[in-house]
Design a protein around this ligand. Structure first.
Ligand SMILES: Cc1ncc(COP(=O)(O)O)c(C=O)c1O
Length: 380
């Protein structure tokens, strides 16, 4: 028998309670029964987005909510500022360019966090920038960007909104939308929400909703004004992913039972333990200075092929971790501590990593990383 362990930064493991909630016979969505479920989902989302605004639920992956942000706020010929420090930062630029939005870019070395001063400088140089597109937790590099400071900078520009991809941040760390003054926050279901892929959520500030009044970019399915009006009545404009909405009610209830602060603390400790473990094994972190609580990106040691390492982990031990993306493919591997993960998911990740590295000839004493992780995880 081989048991499988999914330790990637999305999709993430789905708890049995959430899976079972989807096993009931399907219900119709134009019913009071569904509306009651949707109302509970909205309440749960408002508390993790930490906002008074309506949080809209879309039937799409996270990228659908990213595209919705661009096409509902902007018009062709507008200028956007994109912080590109990884694959997902670059995705903002790709979407903007697909819709003829002029795109200025701050390019950040993969593994580094953006210096907020560069955002201040870019806005000063071009106050016509209508939106700043950022990534809170950049999943391709394991970096957590300083969104709070950037929000303080953008707030001084009444015509400019701050859009945050919080797809692997929300639920792993605090993203207090209203307190920090974030204008748009997006997330996807297959991350800290402990769900299968298929839902995305998006919330807009008053400032962002104002932009939807003037936006001229083409939109039909992802029309947020239409969704806002319909979702205020606990319905969606089109047939929702009913089973996933029911599952989301369950996962939000689990988060509420644990307590949002405890959920964040758990992610923080799992992240600290993972970093301590890989460093105890003599491995180097890609993002030592501003690491994400959702995942840890590790440079592959000299002479170790990432594909061989991941191959042993998955074929022999049933452990799936992520590799690097784009130019980091073959250079790093990424271990997640995101969503439905606890002490022994991290211990499994580290002990399997030790065994696979040893098999590939990397010098280490078995148990070194596990011990470093255990010392931190006794506090969880
Ligand atoms: C930070 C970030 N942004 C965007 C995405 C894209 O989301 P999706 O694959 O759900 O469209 C991901 C998915 O991994 C992500 O981690």
């Amino acid at each position: 028998m081989k048991k499988n362990y999914l330790l990637t930064p999305g999709p993430t493991p789905v708890p049995a309670e959430v899976l079972l909630s989807m096993a009931h016979p399907i219900i119709h969505h134009r019913t009071p029964e569904y509306e009651e479920i949707f109302a509970q989902v909205k309440k749960g989302l408002i508390s993790i987005f930490q906002t008074q605004q309506e949080v809209l639920v879309l039937s799409s992956s996270g990228t659908g909510a990213m595209e919705a942000a661009v096409i509902n706020l902007l018009s062709a010929g507008d200028t956007a500022l994109v912080i590109n420090g990884g694959k997902f930062g670059k995705r903002w630029a790709d979407i903007c360019q697909a819709y003829q939005v002029n795109t200025e870019m701050i390019t950040v070395e993969w593994g580094q966090a953006v210096d907020p001063q560069t955002v201040a400088d870019a806005l000063k140089a071009n106050p016509h920038i209508k939106a700043v597109f950022t990534t809170h937790s950049e999943t391709s590099t394991g970096v957590l960007h300083d969104i709070k400071t950037i929000a303080g900078i953008v707030a001084a520009y009444p015509q400019t909104v701050l859009v945050v991809d919080a797809i692997t941040a929300l639920g792993a760390t605090a993203v207090p939308m209203d307190d920090w003054g974030l204008d748009v926050v997006v997330t996807g279901s297959q991350k800290a929400l402990m769900m299968p892929p298929g839902l995305a959520c998006i919330a807009l500030s008053e400032k962002a909703w104002k932009l939807t009044e003037t936006s001229q970019l083409p939109k039909y399915y992802l029309n947020l004004k239409k969704e806002k009006k319909t979702q205020a009545k606990n319905q969606t404009a089109y047939t929702p992913a009913i089973s996933l909405v029911i599952a989301l009610r369950e996962s939000l209830a689990m988060i509420e039972r644990e307590g949002l602060e405890n959920v964040h603390r758990r992610h923080q400790l799992l992240a600290e333990a993972t970093r301590a473990a890989v460093q105890a094994l003599g491995l180097e972190l890609l993002a030592p200075e501003s690491p994400s609580p959702a995942l840890t990106a590790v440079k592959s040691p000299a002479g170790i092929e990432v594909s061989a390492l991941r191959g042993i982990l998955s074929k022999k031990y049933g452990v799936t971790i992520a590799g690097g993306q784009d130019h980091l493919k073959g250079k790093i591997f990424r271990i997640a501590h995101l969503g439905y993960m606890g002490t022994f998911d991290t211990i499994i990740a580290i002990s399997a990593l030790e065994m696979a590295l040893k098999e590939l000839g990397h010098p280490l004493e078995l148990g070194t990383g596990v011990k470093a992780a255990q010392e931190i995880l006794t506090d969880l």
